[in-house]
Design a protein around this ligand. Structure first.
Ligand code: GLN
Length: 526
């Protein structure tokens, strides 16, 4: 790899876009630099499942259009990685599952079509936990992705491939999907930025569904402005998604740029959630967390001290700029994981029923068997353990006689969580929590303990249950292990722009404090 091409991979997407616009570099050069980088490091990182064999051709077309004087969209010519949960008509779309191995959809997801229209250059499809179920990417049927900061550690999940690609400088931008944290938790543990938009803000048409009342597609990037620029491309109404919000949205890039203005956080009320890392020690507050040994419910337990330390330092930086910290309590959040792990399996068991050996992908023949035998054999061979576990849980939770006790109760908890958000947003403009309770754990560490794996979503799940937006950005390196920690902000539904402003403001303070972006401190890969 030449020094020049390695330099191009270090640039943020908006910097690359600027150089492309100014004619200092071509899209072919930018794309080749990233393909070279992938060739050099992806054998170790394994962020990609499939590469786009026509990436350079697409880049050349963009260059030709630019040379012909065409007015191109802001990110035209910039390469992008796409989570394998999104349908692409020219590349396999497996959602990390054997059951879809080799399947090439007949159409593009709306977000993919919009990126192509805006002139972005797809580099390939990124690894993920099978059907987006997991927090480590170890549930991929095609082998785990490794964290570029420490290759013995997980890159988060389910979108570990997208986050690792961005953090390893294999792609300046990536798309993810977030049902319970799959954009934000991988961003947290790889030192990247990840945004889960408001439910209905970005089309899910062509996104292989996990839990339809929770799923959102969003950006994974190295800077807040880059996430906003990509969100501007993929967001907005899509008549093909019945849950898509029909209203117009403001420019998120403008919102991110507003974050750089002097005094922008002055008077901003930041709600610090007692149950999710608030207080000074992360200990119990408000008297609502008692009597819940061990599980998800021990809400403030399980936070790594260094993650909490960086979180409170970040809040301190904002306070110094005139933000006001408000301690808020959201007692129902301690039941969020329990409710989520009923609602998600219920919806997933229904969504995954379509993988029946007839319509998509794998078919396992059973000589002399009935079609039911073929379906059973195909699903037995095609789904991994975590997917089977959730299908069984979901089918049980929805079964007659148990429906009210499980699914019905979970939906009531969901309403309580929405009310806690409403109350909190009555007293503050944004809520802040750590993005994830810990830094990246070791590969294999939680693989045999599903409940320990589920606890990674402690801080991210409430936003999905309420449909509100959440953004995760790096808050520094945890002192005990030198690995990235993250801070999350949440805002009321449809206030995504506010998150970009606040996150960009904090990011600028960090860049000053650290002398550059956090990922500049990442250990060099081969
Ligand atoms: N880790 C969560 C889960 O396993 C998140 C999944 C997601 O957001 N797709 O369900």
């Amino acid at each position: 790899m030449s020094a020049a091409s390695s330099d191009l991979t270090r640039l943020a997407a908006h910097e690359l876009a600027e150089k492309l616009r100014a004619g200092e570099i071509s899209s072919v050069e930018a794309t080749r630099a990233h393909l070279d980088r992938i060739a050099a490091v992806d054998g170790d990182v394994h962020a990609f499942l499939h590469l786009n064999t026509s990436a350079l051709e697409t880049a050349a077309e963009i260059d030709a259009r630019r040379a012909a004087g065409e007015e191109l969209a802001p990110l035209a010519g910039v390469p992008v990685a796409i989570k394998d949960v999104l349908c692409t008509r020219d590349m396999p779309s497996t959602a990390g599952s054997r059951i879809l191995e080799g399947w090439i959809p007949p159409y593009d997801a709306t977000v993919v079509a919009r990126m192509r229209e805006a002139g972005l250059v797809p580099l390939g499809k990124t690894n993920m936990d099978e059907f987006a179920m997991g927090s480590s990417t170890e549930h991929s049927a095609f082998g785990p992705t490794r964290n570029p900061w420490d290759r013995e550690r997980i890159p988060g999940g389910s979108g570990g491939g997208s986050a690792a690609a961005v953090a390893a400088f294999e792609a300046p931008l990536a798309l993810g999907s977030d049902t319970g944290g799959s954009i934000r938790q991988p961003a947290a543990v790889t030192g990247s930025v990840g945004m889960k938009p408001t439910y209905g803000g970005v089309s899910r048409y062509g996104a292989i569904a996990l839990a339809s009342s929770l799923d959102q597609v969003g950006p994974v990037t190295r800077t807040v402005l880059d996430a906003a620029l990509l969100h501007d491309v993929i967001g907005g109404h899509d008549p093909r998604d019945s849950t898509s919000i029909p209203d117009a949205w403001p420019s998120f890039a403008d919102a991110a740029r507003t974050g750089l203005r002097e005094g922008v956080v002055k008077g901003l009320r930041i709600g610090v959630v007692s149950e999710l890392g608030g207080g000074t020690t992360g200990g119990t507050t408000g008297g609502t967390t008692g009597g819940t040994a061990g599980g998800a419910a021990g809400a403030s337990q399980g936070f790594q001290p260094g993650v909490l330390q960086r979180f409170h330092e970040a809040l301190g930086l904002l306070e110094k700029q005139g933000a006001e910290l408000v301690e808020v309590s959201a007692p129902s959040f301690e039941y969020a994981i329990s409710a989520y792990y009923l609602i998600l399996p219920a919806e997933a068991s229904s969504n995954l029923a379509k993988f029946d050996s007839v319509r998509f992908g794998l078919r396992t023949e059973v000589p002399g068997g009935t079609i039911e035998d073929v379906m059973a054999a195909t699903r037995e061979a095609g789904f991994g353990d975590e997917v089977k576990r959730r299908i069984i849980l979901g089918t049980y939770a929805l079964s007659a006689g148990y429906y009210d006790a499980y699914y019905g109760s979970a939906q009531k908890v969901r309403t309580l969580i929405q009310r806690d958000f409403d109350a909190a947003f009555g007293a503050c403009d944004v809520l802040a929590t750590p993005s994830a309770p810990t830094t990246a754990f070791k590969l294999g560490e939680k693989l045999d303990d599903p409940l320990a794996m589920y606890l990674n979503d402690l801080t991210t799940i409430p936003a999905n249950l309420a449909g509100v937006p959440g953004i995760a950005l790096p808050s520094g390196l945890a002192p005990e292990d030198g690995l990235p920690a993250g801070i999350q902000f949440m805002a009321p539904a449809r206030q995504d722009a506010r998150l970009y402003t606040v996150a960009a403001a904090l990011e600028a303070l960090f860049v000053d404090a650290w002398g550059g972006p956090l990922l500049a401190q990442a250990p060099a890969l081969a």
